[in-house]
Design a protein around this ligand. Structure first.
Ligand code: FE
Length: 131
């Protein structure tokens, strides 16, 4: 039987439009805020229509040596061209991009997950080094 963890896909973000792209300095001094921008479709734009769009992005931080992650944020993208006139009749679209700031005393993995309403769950990760 399939498990939730089996549903996450991963690929090169330069050729796969669903991959969450993490942009961050990657190295920070203890006590300083780490800033990361997460977006989907950076290289190849993902469709943004009522029928096909990126619904959400979630981000986590897993300190080295720990078992459980901290959820840093969840970002919902809820406008995809719909209006009272029907699907794809509005000019209003949210773009799947989020900025998160956080601090940690420990280095670890910055983990991002995204969900396309048609093509499912995608994941990516970046190393954050705290000096
Ligand atoms: Fe898709």
């Amino acid at each position: 039987m399939a498990e939730v963890k089996d549903l996450f896909q991963s690929a090169d973000w330069k050729t796969e439009k669903h991959m969450p792209v993490i942009e961050t300095a990657g190295k920070v001094k203890k006590g300083e805020m780490v800033s990361a921008t997460i977006s989907v479709g950076k290289e190849i734009p993902h469709p943004n229509t009522t029928a096909h769009h990126i619904r959400w992005i979630e981000v986590y931080f897993l300190p080295i040596g720990e078992k459980f992650p901290s959820q840093l944020g969840r970002f919902e993208f809820n406008a995809h061209g719909e209006s009272a006139q029907g699907a794809d009749t509005s000019t209003i679209f949210t773009h799947p991009q989020a900025i998160v700031k956080f601090k940690s005393d420990k280095s670890g993995a910055f983990l991002a997950a995204s969900y396309c309403n048609i093509h499912g769950l995608w994941q990516s990760a970046a190393q954050i080094t705290v000096e």
